[in-house]
Ligand binder design. Structure first.
Ligand code: MEV
Length: 318
């Protein structure tokens, strides 16, 4: 093994989708926020090595491309960087850390792709701007999720609150920053069930194919929800935002991406005075996003959820 050299660090942010998971895949708008949780990857040059190594502290595994080339991390690496002809792709070690978990609806794979892209950018002084980082990370997301909308990697790159519309002609997506009229105090409650985004997106696609008319009605209802939501978020109409989140959740239920644990969390949250609650991310597990009136409301709901065996954290979006 070669000599360890000084490394370069890259971060990719976790996200919450406030409105629009699944709908964004079909070109409808969504609102999402990058949050203060992240995947952090350190890239180091390893002298005299023609291997690539991962020391993954999140999944607790040490991998070498020579032995473990089928591992998804090597596939992501190649999807992201193979077209960057002059970028070295050997003699590198990546050390992965994160302060949130994969499969929880918070965009772990997107945060991973952004973090590794930034780490390589820094290690090889590429001077890539955020837009390029986002484009490269999307190539990795396509391996992780099939044909994702791009909302996750956009949040993972920018780490702020955005209005997002996928361009269905494979051109540039519409991404606009949104300034919230008032801080939004959320609780993110974990069902404890890991989901596979690709599978859940497939499930919705099947629903669409088998229920064309119903799907169209659901989409048209969603469109009206998200356009009202945008105004209310900018204005700071917290109560209205909560109502719209509840309506968005009912549509997600119609698409078949809720489950018993999600419903249970929402019942507990509503009992404790939640203003609104919905799935965030693909659903079928993962996290539930609960809007609270203020920090006191957050604490009350978190205590109750923890008492019932769920993990829950506070999030502030602005
Ligand atoms: C996953 O975080 C969000 C989905 O809408 C998929 C996507 O946008 O690609 C379910």
């Amino acid at each position: 093994m070669g000599v360890r050299m000084a490394g370069s660090i890259g971060k990719g942010y976790a996200k919450v989708i406030i409105f629009g998971e699944h709908f964004v895949v079909y070109g409808l708008p969504g609102v999402a926020a990058g949050i203060d949780k992240f995947v952090q990857i350190e890239a180091q040059k390893v002298k005299d090595s023609d291997d690539v190594l991962f020391d993954d502290k999140v999944f607790n595994e040490k991998l070498s491309e020579k032995k473990d080339s089928e591992n998804i991390k090597f596939k992501l690496l190649h999807a992201i960087f193979d077209k960057e002809e002059f970028l070295p792709k050997k003699g590198i070690k990546f050390i992965i850390n994160s302060n949130f978990s994969a499969g929880s609806g918070m965009g772990y794979s997107a945060a991973f792709c952004v973090a590794i892209t930034r780490a390589m950018n820094n290690l090889f002084s590429q001077d890539w701007k955020n837009e390029k980082i986002n484009e490269l990370a999307y190539l990795g997301e396509c391996v992780a999720h099939g044909k994702p909308s791009g909302i996750d990697n956009t949040c993972a790159t920018f780490g702020t609150t955005i209005w997002f519309e996928k361009n269905m002609q494979e051109e540039k997506n519409k991404v606009r920053p949104i300034k919230c009229g008032k801080n939004l105090y959320f609780v993110l409650a974990d069902t404890g069930i890991k989901h596979n985004t690709k599978e859940v997106v497939e499930k919705v696609k099947k629903f669409k194919e088998e229920n064309k008319k119903e799907f169209d009605v659901i989409c048209s209802d969603y469109k009206s929800i998200v356009s009202k939501a945008k105004k209310e978020i900018q204005f700071g109409g917290v109560i209205e935002i909560g109502k719209l989140m509840n309506q968005n959740h009912l549509l997600l239920k119609q698409l078949g991406v809720s489950n018993e644990q999600i419903d249970q969390i929402i019942r507990i949250a509503n009992f404790e005075g939640a203003i609104g609650a919905k799935i965030t991310g693909a659903g079928m597990g993962g996290n539930v996003l609960i809007l609270c009136e203020n920090e006191k409301g957050q604490e009350k709901i978190i205590n109750s959820l923890i008492g019932k065996g769920f993990e829950a954290i506070k999030i502030k979006v602005n």
